[in-house]
Design a binder for this molecule. Structure first.
Ligand code: S3P
Length: 173
């Protein structure tokens, strides 16, 4: 019986294309921790892809599933946790994040657009990914910054270098 609360070692937030998954996997591998991604948790719970949830049930339904998945993962994952890019839109989620170690992976619009490319798995970016990303970033940067203890700009940098920066921020020399 363990009554100590479990907390993720680090929670990564940021827009699509910031590299949360790639950087998170590097961080997990190099620190011997496990990696978890709340989009994957939502897909498992729903039995369908994020894109299909948006099409069949709408964004509000996806956000409700996401809020529950984030709350559960914050409660029982002790490794590296990557949140879907829009998770911080939810005030209850922002509230939960206040007691966690959160890193904001930032990226400029041009690089985020290049990284997400024409990948059809992100329903909010369909149509004009660059314009959608610019809008998302304007709207969300203050929210990412609000929940994070540190911001790391990933533009022009590879995942290993960013992971090293995250590690340095977590374990000061
Ligand atoms: C979203 C980002 C996606 C996914 C969903 C909505 C968003 O996750 O949760 O498509 O609102 O920015 P990634 O940030 O991993 O692409």
């Amino acid at each position: 019986m363990n009554s100590w609360p479990v907390k993720p070692w680090v929670v990564l937030v940021g827009p699509p294309g910031a590299g949360k998954t790639t950087v998170g996997q590097h961080l997990a591998a190099s620190s011997g921790r496990s990696f978890r991604d709340t989009d994957t948790d939502v897909e498992r719970a729903a039995g369908m892809s994020v894109a299909d949830i948006f099409v069949e049930h709408g964004e509000a339904h996806f956000r409700a599933l996401e809020q529950a998945a984030v709350a559960a993962a914050l409660d029982d994952h002790d490794g590296v946790l990557a949140l879907g890019g829009g998770a911080v839109l939810d005030p209850a989620t922002r509230d939960l994040l206040r007691t966690h170690t959160v890193v904001f992976l930032d990226v400029d619009v041009a690089e985020a657009a290049a990284r997400v490319g024409l990948n059809q798995s992100r329903p909010l970016l369909l149509g004009n990914p660059r314009a959608q990303l610019a809008r998302l970033l304007d709207e969300r940067r203050p929210l990412y910054a609000e929940v994070a203890m540190v911001t790391i700009d990933t533009s022009g940098r590879d995942a290993e270098a960013v992971a090293a920066d995250v590690l340095a921020a977590l374990v000061p020399a």
